[in-house]
Design a protein around this ligand. Sequence first.
Ligand code: C2E
Ligand code: MG
Ligand code: MG
Length: 651
Amino acid sequence: MGSPLNESPASFARDRRQAMKLAMIYGAIGTAWVLMTSGIPVLLVSRAVAAADLPWGQALSGLLVVLATSWMLYLLIKEKLEAASRAALQLRLRDRALESSVNSIIITRHDQDTNPVVYVNPAFQRTTGYTASEVIGRDCSFLLGDDRDQAALDAIRGALRDGREGQALLRNYRKNGSLFWNELHIAPVRDDQGEITHYVGIQNDVTERIRYQHELEYQANHDTLTGLPNRNLLADRVTQTLAYAVRYANPVAVAFVDLDNFKFVNDSLGHQAGDKIIKMAADRIKACIRGSDTVARLGGDEFVLVLFDQTGENTVGEALQRVLATMAQPFHVGAHEFHITCSIGYAMFPGDGDKPELLLRNADIAMYHAKHLGRNNIQAYFPALNDQIDQRLLLEADLRRAIENDQLFLCYQPQIGLGDDRVIGVEALIRWRHPERGLIPPVQFIPLAEETGLIVPIGAWVLRTACEQAKAWQRDGIAPLRVSVNLSARQFVQKDLVQSIRQVLDETGLDPGMLELELTESLIMHNAELFISTLRELKALGIALAIDDFGTGYSSLSYLKRFPIDRLKIDQSFVHDLHTDSDSAAISLAVIRLGHSLELRVIAEGVETMQQLDFLRSNGCDEIQGYYYSKPLPDDELRQFLAKHNVPGVR
Ligand code: C2E
Ligand code: MG
Ligand code: MG
């Protein structure tokens, strides 16, 4: 019996033309068998069988063993092949996934001290601008550029140190140097022994999201119109500045700046013009302070400055003076020129408060005080102001209820024509009968009403009441008296002013010629161009127009000529001083001459004495109004006055 291995397997294989693989199998029968495969199905041939030198039984069982073993081998190889092809497919898939991922993927090798890049996908190139060949072998920290002092880097360093996953939001820089926000996630890759061999990093370019977040943050902290810090950011800035001031023992000023005639611009020219002026005002204020100081806009026409004073240099006082001066310069919007001015109040840290809210509140109170003192000035806070402000707030609340509670009423002051000493008209003057405080004169509440806008409904009430009253006198048979009504700036710029006056005249049935509107000189002269058309419309209704308190403003003669006015009212301060101050007498005379040369009538108000009356009469003044003849009177007393002065129709 020859050994099955007598013949070399190679030559045996050559005998079997289809043979592709050979394997040696040692069967249970102690004989070496040769397994031949020619691909699939497997061709098994026992060399022993082929040699036919075994007994049939043994050969058959050997053959069975060979067949069974071959079948097992076949299954084994098939499974291995399939696994290999599955693995290859999976690798291809993963490779494809890496390549086509929209996120940048970096694989780095984990060396002792560095993590050199071994792979980057195409998205990495798209995001960073670097090609694979430019980055392979480099430590990927090069993406940080010079911006290496980033707190978020600690999270990545910690993850590398501890061999765990980690993530961080980093500022990275593209090849062209531009910044992108990288939301980086890293994870370690371990070998069979659990040692870290690589790190996989996934970069997410979140620049857009961060930009949007920053924009939202910016919007939440800045005023959209001026770009200045808003109330939110102001609170932060004050807190920071105070902390700094404590450390360096320096004073800090918190100042409120409020534009004086701003509502007036908004009401007259609309919000677009108002916005332009606010922007200009913001720029002017910024130009008055140092870059390290803060100017914030609280909304409307209110600004807050936080000024860090360098001890002893009075930088605060100087800066606020600069703001006051710059705001007093005219503002130009289109063809219009506005005179705005501002009122400033400030509180000092630590003297006037040690908390931001308290300083802001006290500066606000000081600003109200500045308004109260006639605007266009700067006031420092002092504790007694608190009481005044509380009073003011109480008064405002009461005034809001005054109309509906029927607490307002009108008095009428007669105006006498000097030609025949007859009553030619009356001026309607408002009074407030306060339930607790008694009678409150207009000087105490009209400025408040103007500031708060309450003057609009109050003024409308005055106009209607005065027209109704004038009509009532006529109905009662009194010879027609012209009634003069004072119009405030806020009313004058109401869009529906002309229309609402026409409506009142229609509804009360008063002849327009029996109504006169009094406008102060400063109101119309400051905004002359703007108001000429409104004045003309009012004139076209048939009503008369007078300039009140004339001589106190800065009238331009050329405007006066163009204005459709009927009367000048010499301000009572000049009349009062006629005999004590030669300037007042000269001004009164000049107003009379000016009025006449412009063919206007001239009335002097505040005439209290015979001397004043004589002076005015002898110098050609047309009419007078004053205590000499009568104080402003309620309706019933006025009727008695008219009866005494032989005004026809008075019973
Ligand atoms: P005005 O329009 O210049 O009114 C003249 C003021 O002088 C009135 O004060 C009047 O009572 C006062 N007066 C008249 N004759 C004399 C006099 O011989 N001597 C003195 N010392 N004073 C005299 P009143 O009523 O207190 O009004 C003050 C100001 O309040 C008014 O000045 C006017 O600007 C404003 N005002 C009054 N009523 C109204 C109103 O209905 N609407 C608006 N917007 N303002 C009003
Ligand atoms: Mg008046
Ligand atoms: Mg007056």
